[in-house]
Design a binder for this molecule. Structure first.
Ligand code: NAP
Length: 488
């Protein structure tokens, strides 16, 4: 997984720098227009952070009891007069009803905290709309990513980034200071044209997870169908045996490791493809195709989904002996052996296969857990680049090799047993080995000194066929310049 991806803050752009002069912000009076859920939570947090709060409501008498006693609840116009910074905790649809306040609001900072119900719902952002209604005010977009609940839970909920944008630097700075005093981390998102982007943030549903999730679901569906045909449909058609009871646990449990293993290999495959492309073109400056770029960026999510499937596989496997079907089968086998008077059923090879198979499986799961934990931003940030790349790249590759051993010991000689080819379909594990074995082979090739050296040079900026200037002394002693290829 790319370290850059992990080290990246939740939101791009630089954090607004902490300023030693921020403390005076506490103690100033902040206005809040509206008395709903957000306004109430905001007022509580502002009061707890040392601000004086004045709330502007259309019906202050009725709403006053909902606010902490330290906050003053009054009519909208009264509240606006008492402060220069006003949070507009009102829905966009009701902005126009505030137009009567235009005169008292003139010259003040309005903080637009509103959200929409759909991405890019309106042509212009809510903040730009508010600015157009109140041209004499300075509008700052911010705090919309914070929920009323987060505001109330206060510092216990940990730090949270608050993206802020405005066309006025001074106003943006003032709001950033307030956010800092409240325990948030303001993130400068630039000018007002970013408001739309900020308003879309709370509406996005796990954007980075879409492709990896579809990939995992697609793989699950393919392997599930394949296993269903082999384990349930085949005995039903060829021997009229009813094995449908296997669907909820056994078929799922043979599908999950396939998905986990293939997904893990898909974390390392784009790296191999990228290296092949760099070796082929002899440069690292050629852009990868978009699909490869996208793939590289989604490695963290693909890896985490692989871990998720592997963990489920472990739990399913532990529960296998608990099933009633398993108990019946066990008794049936025991009875059969008693009838056949078989005393010694110990098969040394099978015992060893199982011991190794389980042991390497546990190690692989342990390594995958380590990869998953270190991909969490808080842990990743505590590692330096070398530590991070050692865990994600080296240990990750070792996890792939150990998973391959787990798969091979599980399959053992079944690939060479023609009874295992149900409807001429090879055992599932042989299919899953395809991509990981290609990756392991490619990694072995990349570690050959001649290939490794070339790759290292390319990654340090060397380019095939690049022409460099050289300077030669002429017979007369003067210097003449020319060009030659550096590809020697
Ligand atoms: P809410 O509970 O419905 O409160 C909205 C408030 O707007 C009302 O209490 C009302 O206060 C005031 N208001 C002023 N003019 C109004 C009018 N003409 N018609 C109706 N109400 C009017 O909504 P909310 O959840 O607090 O959300 C307020 C804003 O914060 C929204 O823009 C929302 O997108 C944003 N926001 C909310 C959350 C959240 O977690 N709730 C999170 C982020 C952002 P008075 O009756 O006292 O005037």
């Amino acid at each position: 997984m790319s370290g850059g991806d992990m080290a990246k803050p939740l939101l791009g752009h630089q954090n607004t720098e902490r300023d030693p002069s921020i403390m005076p912000a506490a103690g100033r009076t902040i206005g809040v227009l509206g008395s709903g859920d957000f306004a109430r939570s905001l007022a509580i947090r502002l009061v707890c952070s040392g601000f004086k709060v004045v709330v502007g409501s259309r019906n202050p008498k009725r709403k006053a009891g909902l606010f902490p006693s330290a906050a003053e609840v009054t009519f909208q116009a009264e509240a606006v007069k008492k402060t220069d910074v006003i949070f507009v905790a009102v829905f966009r649809e009701h902005y126009s009803t505030l137009c009567d306040l235009a005169d008292v609001l003139a010259g003040k900072i309005l903080v637009d905290v509103s959200n929409n119900t759909e991405i890019n719902h309106h042509k212009e952002s809510n903040a730009e709309y508010l600015a157009s209604l109140f041209p004499a005010c300075t509008v700052v977009k911010g705090f919309n990513v914070v929920s009323a609940w987060t505001l109330q839970s206060g510092a216990r909920d940990g730090n949270k980034q608050v993206p802020i944008c405005s066309n006025n630097q001074e106003a943006k700075r003032t709001v950033a200071e307030i956010a800092q005093v409240m325990g948030f981390t303001p993130v400068d998102m630039g000018c007002m044209s970013s408001a739309c982007e900020i308003e879309n943030i709370p509406l996005r549903l796990l954007p980075a997870w879409k492709i990896p999730t579809f990939l995992a679901l697609g793989l699950f569906l393919c392997f599930f169908t394949y296993n269903l045909v082999r384990q349930v449909i085949h005995p039903y058609i060829t021997e009229q045996k009813n094995k449908f009871y296997k669907i909820p646990v056994e078929v799922v449990n043979t599908t999950l490791p396939c998905v986990a293993y293939v997904m893990l290999s898909l974390v390392y495959l784009p790296g191999v493809l990228a290296a092949c492309s760099q070796l082929y073109y002899g440069t690292k400056y050629r852009r990868f195709p978009d699909w490869l770029d996208q793939w590289l960026q989604h490695r963290k999510q693909i890896g985490l989904l692989s871990f998720f499937c592997a963990a489920l596989h472990a739990v399913y496997s532990l529960c296998l002996p608990m099933r009633r079907s398993h108990r019946y089968q066990l008794i049936e086998t025991a009875v059969k052996q008693a009838v056949e008077k078989k005393m010694n059923i110990w098969v040394e090879e099978e015992v060893w296969r199982m011991e190794i198979y389980i042991s390497v499986g546990i190690i692989a799961l342990g390594l995958l857990s380590l990869l998953a934990i270190t991909s969490l931003p808080s842990i990743a940030n505590s590692l330096n680049w070398r530590e991070f790349s050692f865990i994600q790249s080296t240990l990750g590759f070792i996890a792939l090799v150990i998973s391959t051993l787990h798969t091979l010991t599980y399959g053992w000689s079944r690939a060479f047993d023609e009874n295992q080819y149900k409807f001429y379909l090879p055992p599932t594990y042989t299919l899953t080995l395809l991509v990981p074995c290609t990756i392991i082979l490619a990694k072995v090739v990349f570690s050959l000194p001649c290939v490794r050296q070339r790759l290292l040079r390319i990654r340090r900026g060397w380019e095939k066929g690049r022409y460099v200037k050289f300077v030669l002394p002429s017979p007369t002693g003067e210097y003449s310049s020319g060009e030659t290829s550096s590809n020697v």
